[in-house]
Ligand binder design. Structure first.
Ligand code: ZN
Length: 468
């Protein structure tokens, strides 16, 4: 493995990657397009071109080495006067794929992701909330933000949707340290929350206004879930999101006990406010106008046909977190399994997420594994690795409205990609396609250690941000 003049620094702003006009990356390349189509180049090459003095690179072209060599022969010939203009990144013993979008996770729950789980509501009060409470300490929050967001690229994640705690400084810390394309929101907790982790409506709305103004489309108004945020705060904060072009994110129908709990609160405490006969969990969100094309709802496991219609009509996106929803024996919360086939029939957009700390591992490879594994057990055979990769990359960029420049390795998009060691079982001969390659990569994961160490290189906008 050889990378010419490659800098080994891990943090972006400190990186001094060579500023050549072009970079030529050799390796096996996987490039997802949709649920069924993913290009695979066994002897692949990606040509990157610098588009700014700051050293931002986009994909100029990709394909088989022979195609790139022929098409760009003048540029690439060894004695060309532009020789110094091309940096060669040789990753021939690696598989290169676009970096991930993790569309639902709580950065403030990293410490409790491996804690024992039984049920959602119990896990929240026993582990998640006490963990988030620690972020009231400014020094602690800053320290953890640096550490967490520094390690995130080592898992190949360079985009997605993040939940922060209720504390203002914690979301600033996350915004300052996150490397990649994320939307981030502070959870709103005005009701049914522990004394140490609760805000008044006024506090919550004042903060939403300030943060939406400051961060605009990078901000996500984040009512934690309907039982934790009162309807007036939800409605007013959703209006603020719309005004500033911000996103909205929350949780919906994760498990049956939770649904009963939500409906009992709204039909009881808020019966005078128009919720007396509210039919479903989704109806509550509809009544407070949080459903929209810029809204992301996590989990969505138990939905009636009417609820699906409502989500489709409002163009709300759903985020499926298979490892978080998996059985307790697999370190999940045993919530159930998202019905992706039904959602696709109803034309509802969806993407994958880890749901750290409900989900145990930061790696989206584990999420892809779990998605395929759980669905195949239910005989849903259209749950392929190709589909999982699309839903872990481009589908996320589409939901965040940045797919013109992000999400895969199409021409003119930012060169955001990762490289994993090519599996030994991937011999030169024999049938090879994207599905087989992805399956073999995922099959190499037989321990937590291997999962943690799968990604060897992470490039953001063509610059190396992580090297193992
Ligand atoms: Zn969550």
């Amino acid at each position: 493995m050889k990378i010419k003049q490659l800098n080994n620094e891990k943090r972006g702003d400190e990186l001094k990657n060579q500023r050549s006009q072009y970079k030529l990356v050799y390796g096996m390349v996987l490039n997802p397009h949709d649920d069924k189509k993913c290009d695979f180049y066994r002897d692949g090459a990606i040509l990157l071109e610098s588009v700014s003095a700051k050293g931002i690179y986009v994909v100029k072209d990709l394909g088989d080495v022979s195609y790139i060599n022929k098409k760009y022969s003048k540029l690439l010939q060894p004695l060309c006067k532009c020789e110094d203009e091309v940096e060669v990144v040789d990753l021939k013993d690696h598989v290169i794929l676009p970096s991930f979008f993790d569309m639902h996770f709580h950065w403030v729950q990293d410490d409790v992701r491996l804690k024992s789980k039984a049920s959602l509501l119990e896990w929240l009060s026993k582990y998640a909330w006490p963990c988030e409470n620690k972020f009231k300490d400014k020094k602690f929050s800053k320290r953890v933000a640096k550490k967490f967001f520094n390690k995130l690229p080592s898992y190949g994640t360079l985009g997605g949707a993040i939940y922060s705690s209720i504390h203002e400084h914690a979301i600033h810390n996350a915004m300052e340290n996150a490397i990649g394309d994320f939307i981030i929101g502070n959870v709103l907790m005005t009701i049914n929350s522990p004394d140490y982790l609760v805000q008044t409506k006024e506090q919550a709305l004042k903060l939403v206004k300030k943060l939406a103004q400051k961060y605009g489309k990078k901000y996500a108004v984040t009512p934690r879930f309907a039982p934790s945020t009162d309807p007036i705060t939800m409605k007013k904060s959703a209006a603020i999101a719309k005004k500033h072009g911000s996103f909205i994110q929350s949780h919906l129908s994760e498990n049956l006990k939770e649904i009963d709990y939500v409906l009992s609160i709204y039909r009881g405490d808020y019966k005078e406010k128009g919720f007396k006969n509210v039919a479903t969990y989704t109806d509550i969100y509809k009544k407070v106008a949080v459903l929209s094309p810029k809204t992301l709802m996590a989990h969505a496991i138990y939905l009636s046909n009417k609820e699906c219609q409502l989500l489709a009509k409002t163009k709300t996106a759903l985020i499926h977190c298979p490892t978080s929803n998996a059985p307790v024996s697999e370190m999940g919360l045993s919530s159930g399994l998202f019905d992706f086939k039904k959602m696709e029939r109803k034309n509802i957009r969806w993407a994958l997420g880890t749901d750290i700390g409900g989900g145990p591992f930061i790696s989206m490879f584990d999420v892809m594994r779990s998605f395929v594994d759980q669905n195949r057990k239910k005989k849903r055979m259209s749950a392929t690795y190709v589909k999982a990769l699309y839903r872990a990359t481009l589908a996320g960029a589409e939901i965040l409205n940045i797919s013109k420049t992000n999400g895969n390795l199409a021409k003119k998009k930012y060169a955001n990609f990762i490289a994993v060691k090519s599996p030994k079982s991937l011999s030169k001969s024999g049938k090879q396609n994207a599905e087989i390659v992805l399956k073999k990569i995922i099959e190499t994961i037989s321990s937590r250690d291997q999962l943690e160490n799968l990604v060897n290189y992470t490039f953001y906008k063509g610059n190396l941000f992580f090297k193992r």
